[in-house]
Structure formats: C-alpha cells, structure tokens
Design a protein. Structure first.
Length: 469
C-alpha cells in the first residue's frame, strides 16, 4: 500500500456523495448515538456543580476536593489506555465491546447513584474518593469501547462523520438539560444543593438505562478482525499511541481545541460579571451558547461531506479564531456584540471535536492495514486523554494568568489594567489555541480518497481470512 503520508502521488478515486455509502437507518443511528447522552450529561455536574455542593452542603474542604479530582485525572491517565488495550484484546461470544459497555454501565450507574444521591451521614473524603474513582472507571469502560464500536460499525468515511454528528447532537442536548435544571432550581430553592445534585443525577441515571437498551438493540457487533502479532508490552503500547504521526497530530490538535474551549468556560462568568458588569447575564449566556450548539453538529457535518473532515476542522477552528478575537471589540455594559459573538460561538461549537473524533477511526484503519493489529479502542483512549489534559491545562494556565495580571474575583472592584488583562486572556487565549489546532491539522494526508483505498484493501484482506463455508 502506498503510504498515506505521500498520498498526492496516488490516483484520485472518483467519489460520489455520501449517499453511495451503505445507507443506515437514521432511527437506528440515533438509537446507537443515544449512549452519548449519559456520557456527556455527567460532565457538567462533575466539572461545575459537584465540587461546590460537596463543599457547601457536606463540609468537605476545597483543598481536599481539589486533591481528589487531581487524583482522578492521574487515575484516568493510567486507566484509559489500559481499558483501550484490554477491550481490543477481548474475544468472546458476546463480542469485544458489548461486555465492557454493560459492565461499565453497571459500575457507572451504581457509583453514580451513590455520588448524586449521598446520605449526609456517609459523606467523607474517603466516600467521595471511592465513588468518584469508581464512577470514572465505569465511565471509561463505557465510553472507550463504545467509541471504538462506533468506528467499527460505521466504517465509511462520511458515515463516521454522520455518527459523530448524531453523538454530538445527543451530547449537546444532554448538556443543555443539565444546564437548565440548576437554573430552574435556583428560582425555587436557590440554596438546595442536594436537590440540584439529585436532579442532574436523575438525568444521568435514567438516560443511562434507556440509552443502554437502545444502543445494544440498535446494532450487532462485527466479529473481531484477525490479529497478526502478540500482545504489546506497556512500552510498545505507549509507542503505538504516541509514535503514530497521524494520531499524534490529531491528539495535539484536539488538545489545543479543548484548551481553547476550556479557557472560555473557566473565565466566562468572570468576564461577564466583572468586565462587562452584567452579572445577571453570566449563566444565561452560557445557556444561550449551548442552545445554538445543538444545531452546530448537522451544519458542520454537511460542510465535512463537501470539503472533507480535515478541511472542515480547519475551517471551524479558523472561525473560532475570528470569533474569539472579536471579543476584543466588546464594550463593557453593551450586550449586543457579545450576544452576536456568543451565537456565532454556539454555531461553531464542537466543529473541531466532531471531525477529529471521526478521524481517529480512519487512522485506526490505516494502522490495522499497515500492522495487522486492530487498536481502535486504544487510539480512542488516547483521544480521551488529550481532552482531559486539555481541560486540566486550560484551568492551570488561565486562572493563574489572570490572577498574575491583577484580577481578583473576590474584590469589590478591579483596576482597569486587571480587567484588560482578563479580557486579553478570555479573548486571545482561545484564539491562539484554536489557531494552533488549525495549523496542526492543516494538510492532513488521510483524506476520503486515501481512506477509500484503505477500506478496500482491509475488506479484501478480511474476506480472505473468512473460513470457507
């Protein structure tokens, strides 16, 4: 096979519209994608609400909670690749991915019930640590094999964009719901943290039960492809993850995307409250952005169909650069331009994540053709790590930086220089990160024509391994 790194020398394959790929029922695809609802719905409570509620309602110190969440990040750095490697090696009558998803969902649900519906007498640092670590373990056991199964089930270049779009819409809708619920509860019982926790936990647990059934019933799992090599050692596993040049580009690009998004999320309340002087708009603008984010996925999918995944990713990232740089023109106290930019941010939201996630499965195909090894889940576990690392890096950079520039969120007033520093980090931090992401993915060689040749070669080889009837 000609190397994908020099694909320009290959003859172009005439490509038709996405309709020439195997048509999949939209309802079946939606059912399969529904598992993204509980996976995504858990993100907002854990990132925003749970630490504050456990501190305010149950008396745990912020230092202890911070240490527990830091430990979880380190735990994830070990657990995610391990789960990816193990699920790739699993063989059994129920498939490779399904047993992990079912077992992970049970762990995710039980630990989630303890996490979101705690008895006050049980809560302690040890209780939170155990619940949180088991919850994240179950989460990874569901998410990583599920994403790998997505790439295996929908093997066409554009079908992978379609399923990623369905998953993005499902995830954005669930985030919208868990954003709305605390806002409603604030109007009824603003100090009732346990009610907020229970409401958000109910969304996670109920959607887990429903979506698990829908996902498992919507698709059968393809048989495992033949493996040509012995299992990898730990050193070889790390080498497979970070030594693959195409995967490394996608991971670094996703890291940059996540840094840009997370800087905005970490600072938006401070920016709207202190720089704009409009505290009443802080939660509403975040919600406003997510409402438009729901329709962003299908828009970017259509763009991807027409110009290819990596070009759509670059276009989305450059749009983010312009939107975030435009924040430098926002005037304190005047909401009009900020509203327009927030709407645009919602429409551009997730463009890079959607395309990059779809591209990981394409890279796994290239790797399997070249090496004979299917490491789809392992590759998706690395994608999970890049996202987690991006979120951690953004908070670790943005908050200390605005503090160093003189901004103090607890002060009654901040100096003009401190507020200008806040504006610069809020606007330019994401703009630079998204520009870096676009640069990293520009000119990506694994396009539709190359992937078509890869899939043809894989199908021919897999067919040759099938036993004669």
């Amino acid at each position: 096979m000609a190397s994908v790194y020099h694909h320009s020398a290959q003859p172009r394959v005439q490509q038709a519209a996405p309709q020439d790929e195997k048509r999949v029922s939209r309802w079946r695809m939606a059912g399969f994608a529904s598992l993204f609802v509980p996976i995504t719905a858990a993100q907002m409570p854990l990132a925003v609400h749970l630490p504050a509620i456990y501190a305010q309602q149950f008396g745990l110190s912020l230092a202890v909670i911070g240490a527990i969440f830091l430990g979880e990040r380190l735990w994830g750095a070990v657990a995610d690749p391990l789960i990816g490697a193990l699920t790739d090696r699993t063989h059994g009558r129920f498939g490779r991915r399904r047993p992990w998803i079912v077992a992970g969902a049970a762990l995710f649900g039980i630990s989630g019930a303890l996490l979101f519906f705690p008895a006050a007498s049980w809560v302690s640092p040890l209780y939170l640590t155990a619940c949180l670590f088991l919850f994240y373990l179950g989460w990874s056991m569901v998410q990583i094999p599920y994403l790998a199964w997505s790439g295996e089930t929908y093997s066409g270049y554009h079908d992978r964009t379609r399923i990623a779009t369905f998953q993005t819409v499902a995830g954005s809708t669930s985030l919208l719901v868990v954003l709305i619920l605390p806002t409603i509860i604030d109007q009824i019982s603003p100090k009732d943290g346990t009610l907020k926790l229970a409401a958000m936990g109910s969304v996670v647990l109920v959607s887990l039960i429903v979506s698990l059934v829908l996902t498992l019933r919507s698709q059968t799992e393809a048989p495992a492809v033949p493996s040509s090599r012995a299992h990898l050692s730990l050193r070889q596993t790390v080498g497979a993850l970070f030594g693959h040049p195409l995967l490394r580009r996608v991971l670094l690009s996703d890291f940059a995307v996540t840094v840009g998004q997370s800087i905005r999320s970490a600072l938006i309340v401070f920016f709207v409250t202190h720089y704009m002087g409009l505290p009443q708009w802080a939660s509403g603008l975040f919600l406003f952005q997510f409402i438009f984010g729901i329709v962003a996925g299908p828009i970017w999918a259509q763009i991807g169909y027409r110009i290819g995944k990596h070009r759509a990713a670059v276009a989305g990232e450059l749009a983010q650069v312009a939107i975030n740089a435009g924040l430098l023109l926002v005037v304190p106290g005047q909401i009009g331009l900020l509203l327009a930019l927030t709407l645009a941010q919602g429409l551009a939201q997730g463009s890079g994540n959607l395309m990059l996630r779809s591209m990981v499965a394409d890279i796994a195909d290239e790797h399997r053709l070249r090496t004979g090894e299917d490491r789809t889940a392992l590759f998706f576990s690395a994608f999970s790590l890049s996202s987690k690392a991006g979120m951690a890096a953004a908070v670790g950079i943005a908050l200390p930086l605005v503090g160093w520039l003189g901004f103090d969120p607890s002060a009654p007033t901040n100096t003009p220089d401190a507020l200008r520093g806040l504006l610069a980090v809020f606007a330019l931090g994401p703009a630079i990160a998204h520009l870096l992401s676009a640069w990293l993915i520009h000119g990506f060689p694994l396009d539709e024509s190359v992937h078509t040749e890869i899939r043809r070669a894989l199908d021919e080889r897999d067919h040759a391994f099938q036993p004669a009837e």
